[in-house]
Write a protein that binds this ligand. Structure first.
Ligand code: MG
Ligand code: MG
Length: 259
């Protein structure tokens, strides 16, 4: 969406604030022995308690055969994105890397954000993968200035993983958001600078670097949603919804724990 009024801007900011609070709560709940289904129930409960709606529940992405059945995507270790928490629920185990990806609709405006957290403590490579992916998100957001192009964001994302030893998943990426869960433009996690749509003030974008510990190749599971790494190694994913503004991007989904 393009934000055109102060009221829309305020609603977007409030939506993002609420989503950040819920994601922090989910991250705190992701402890050894917690089930993925319990995380999903908690997410739905926290969102509805504030009078908002889960944006992913019942949403059918383009090319999918059925609606997404849950509130939050929970993708553990070799699951890259779109893991379903409530169909074959599993218990979190010490050392797991868990991506929590959540969409919330507040007053008609949709925001989208994801974090990857360790369950208990993980190993050095796991921490490095998470911090490289979080750093790539910051690098991507920094170039989302009016006048820049979508390809500039893609290029900044790809470049952030150089010399990290990790593989960016180029076929997945960010998107416009706000009025719908997925809007144009698609923002690939790799690309050429100076190409693609020009960013204008008021654009609402979800940027989401995804990177693998091993090879970049991902495969989709039989459930039609879960992407997994082909080599079985782990993956990390971070996402924020931003508002493109003249003074620089406003990150609307910053979590209280990040501030
Ligand atoms: Mg998301
Ligand atoms: Mg997204």
């Amino acid at each position: 969406m393009i934000v055109r009024t102060p009221k829309q801007r305020d609603t977007l900011i409030e939506a993002g604030r609420r989503l950040g609070v819920v994601l922090d709560e989910l991250a705190r709940a992701a402890v050894p022995g917690c089930s993925t289904e319990a995380l999903d129930d908690l997410a739905e409960q926290l969102i509805r308690a504030e009078g908002d709606e889960p944006s992913f529940l019942g949403y059918t992405p383009e090319g999918s055969a059925r609606p997404y059945p849950a509130t939050v995507c929970v993708s553990i270790n070799d699951a890259v994105v779109h893991g379903i928490p409530n169909e074959s629920p599993r218990l979190l185990t010490e050392g797991d890397l868990v991506s929590l990806d959540l969409g919330l609709t507040h007053d008609g405006i949709i925001v989208d954000s994801a974090i990857t957290v360790p369950v208990g403590k993980t190993d050095k490579t796991g921490y490095a993968l998470m911090s490289a992916t979080a750093a790539a998100l910051e690098a991507a957001m920094a170039v989302a200035q009016p006048g820049a192009r979508v390809g500039d964001i893609s290029y900044a994302t790809e470049k952030a993983f150089e010399r990290t030893g990790f593989s960016v998943v180029k076929m997945l990426g960010g998107h416009g958001v706000g009025a719908h869960v997925h809007e144009e433009p698609f923002i690939a996690n790799a690309g050429k600078p100076g190409t693609g749509e020009i960013l204008v003030p008021g654009m609402v974008l979800a940027l989401e670097p995804i990177a693998n510990e091993g090879k970049a190749t991902v495969v989709i599971a039989n459930d039609g949603y879960t992407f997994r790494t082909k080599d079985g190694k782990r993956s990390a994913h971070f996402e924020h919804t931003i508002l493109v503004e003249t003074g620089g991007p406003l990150v609307v989904t910053r979590r209280p724990s990040e501030k």
